[in-house]
Design a protein. Structure first.
Length: 154
């Protein structure tokens, strides 16, 4: 199973880190980097390869917001809902994305182009409300700007 799910390079990385302290987060980061998210199948394989209980793996991936449990779209949209962004309308940005694209938090558009995450802070509080798409930051976003922003990625 691992040969089909993980590349030889990833398997080599896991083998290299297998006996190191603190290896689980490093391995999961690498798996997500290659696979795009932590699927149940990937978690099962990491559990087997590292001899770590699956419950431990799920505890880690559900605790840290960095890990994705669903397949991301080609363009992952992150809307900040930290205090500054929320107070300046971050929730309105999420609502508008749902209205325009039928996109719910942790969801994926039918065409697989966009996925949406609500995050707690992207470190741009002075630009609130903020959203990112594929790592590009958009600040002081109003709901009227969202169609134009999305057009850049369609």
């Amino acid at each position: 199973m691992s040969q089909n799910l993980f590349s030889d390079e990833l398997l080599s990385f896991i083998d290299e880190w297998k006996d190191r302290p603190g290896n689980l987060i490093m391995v999961l980061h690498r798996v997500q980097s290659e696979v795009g998210y932590i699927s149940r199948e990937a978690a099962d394989e990491v559990s087997r390869l590292l001899d770590v209980p699956l419950s431990t793996i799920w505890g880690v991936v559900t605790f840290y917001h960095f890990f994705k449990l669903t397949k991301p779209g080609k363009y992952n949209i992150q809307v900040c809902l930290g205090t500054a962004c929320y107070l300046k309308g971050g929730d309105i940005i999420v609502e508008e994305l749902e209205k325009l694209k039928g996109l719910k938090v942790d969801g994926l558009t039918d065409d697989g182009l966009f996925s949406l995450q609500a995050v707690r802070c992207v470190g741009c509080c002075g630009l609130a409300p903020v959203m990112t798409i594929g790592g590009e930051v958009f600040g002081k976003v109003s709901k009227d700007q969202i169609p134009g922003i999305l057009d850049k990625f369609s």
